[in-house]
Design a protein around this ligand. Structure first.
Ligand code: FA5
Length: 340
């Protein structure tokens, strides 16, 4: 075997190893040169044809070339691995001294926020915040509020009746009764909470929504007191003058009774689906407490009187943030809630 064949083969293989672009190309060189059917194998098959005195020397040379090429392949392979390792380190480098990002935090629902603000306003005016049960007795939800059985007023609010005669409270007004029973006069309370009605749903009507009840029982309470507290409340909520109108409204538990409407802030009073094209949104039912209601809770209407109001908290949130459909508020869609 001419020595030049072997040294040419070694030189060519070394050049290919040196210029290989990556591990795959290197593997191809290894197979083609050192593999079972590679060029060195082919040469070694020819060793047998050499005269015996040349065979040993040629075998040694072949082995030396084989080992040298294996070493070169290994060295180049190591180079590739080091480069790849360095690139990976550079790409995945992180600064462990940076402060870790905190866990994602939730936040208060816009209804809870407004509720807390209104609670602040009223507690600063001497009112106590009361809670009441969502599953209510028929007596507290209706009878004690001067809404007798078989009276048409019971149909004003579509009720979810529970077995055993309890109801899902249709308004927060039963908490007035619980407040009077528990504390007696004089009394200043507010009662925010969830209420339920078996309603036809639309942009301004939910089956489950929030109200905030207020009641003041004292001597010589007048409509002027009621108007004062309603104005204070709305100025605190909207932080500006808002146009309101007070019109007569019928609620069996007040006399006289009023509905306080607010100029629709979603359409600016032009008419939209929330205000049903009227430009006004019904926000608060209110009035002077009916003497029957005081009497039924053990308070003498000759000595005491009072005002009460029931504010649609959910609708107030809609006005404040110009939300044009009440159903967004309880829908649980985070894309909506994350805006607050
Ligand atoms: C009442 O619930 C009376 N209890 C309010 C009251 C209290 C009057 C004390 C006098 C004295 P009304 O059904 O109108 O009244 O509801 C009060 C407010 O709740 C409404 O003005 C409105 O803002 C809101 N509201 C009523 N129904 C819904 C509903 N389905 N979805 C969202 N908000 C509603």
């Amino acid at each position: 075997m001419p020595e030049t064949v072997l040294s040419n083969l070694e030189a060519a293989a070394r050049e290919r190893i040196r210029t290989a672009a990556g591990a795959e190309e290197l593997e191809r060189v290894r197979v083609e040169v050192l593999g079972r059917k590679g060029s060195l194998s082919e040469i070694s098959k020819g060793l047998g044809k050499l005269p015996p005195e040349e065979r040993a020397g040629a075998g040694r040379q072949l082995n030396a070339v084989k080992q040298a090429l294996e070493a070169a392949l290994q060295a180049r392979q190591t180079e590739f691995e080091e480069t790849a390792g360095k690139a990976r380190l550079a790409a995945e480098w992180i600064d462990l001294t940076l402060p870790a990002p905190g866990p994602a935090r939730g936040h208060l629902h816009p209804i809870s926020r407004l509720q807390a603000e209104i609670e602040d306003v009223f507690t600063s005016l001497g009112f106590t915040v009361l809670d009441g049960p969502e599953v209510e007795t028929e007596y507290h939800n209706f009878d004690a509020l001067n809404i007798p059985r078989d009276h048409p007023a019971r149909d004003m609010q579509d009720t979810f009746w529970l077995t055993g005669g309890s109801v899902l409270r249709t308004h927060t007004s039963p908490v007035q009764v619980r407040g009077m029973e528990r504390f007696g006069p004089p009394l200043r309370i507010i009662a925010p909470g969830r209420v339920f009605r078996n309603e036809e749903l639309d942009a301004s009507h939910e089956h489950t929504f929030y109200q905030l009840e207020g009641m003041m029982v004292d001597r010589d309470v007048s409509v002027a007191h009621l108007v004062y507290f309603m104005k204070t409340l709305l100025t605190a909520v909207f932080k500006r003058e808002v146009t309101v109108r007070l019109r007569p409204g019928f609620f069996p538990f007040v006399e006289p009774g009023f509905e306080l409407d607010i100029h629709c802030l979603i359409c600016g009073g032009q008419g939209c689906r929330v205000c049903k094209q009227s430009g006004w949104v019904e926000q608060i039912g209110c009035g002077l407490v009916h003497p029957n209601v005081l009497r039924m809770s053990g308070i003498d209407p000759e000595e005491w009187n009072g005002f009460a109001f029931g504010l649609g908290l959910t609708r107030l949130v809609m006005m404040r943030y110009a939300i044009d459909d009440v159903r967004y508020l309880q829908g649980g869609d985070l894309r909506f809630l994350n805006q607050f």
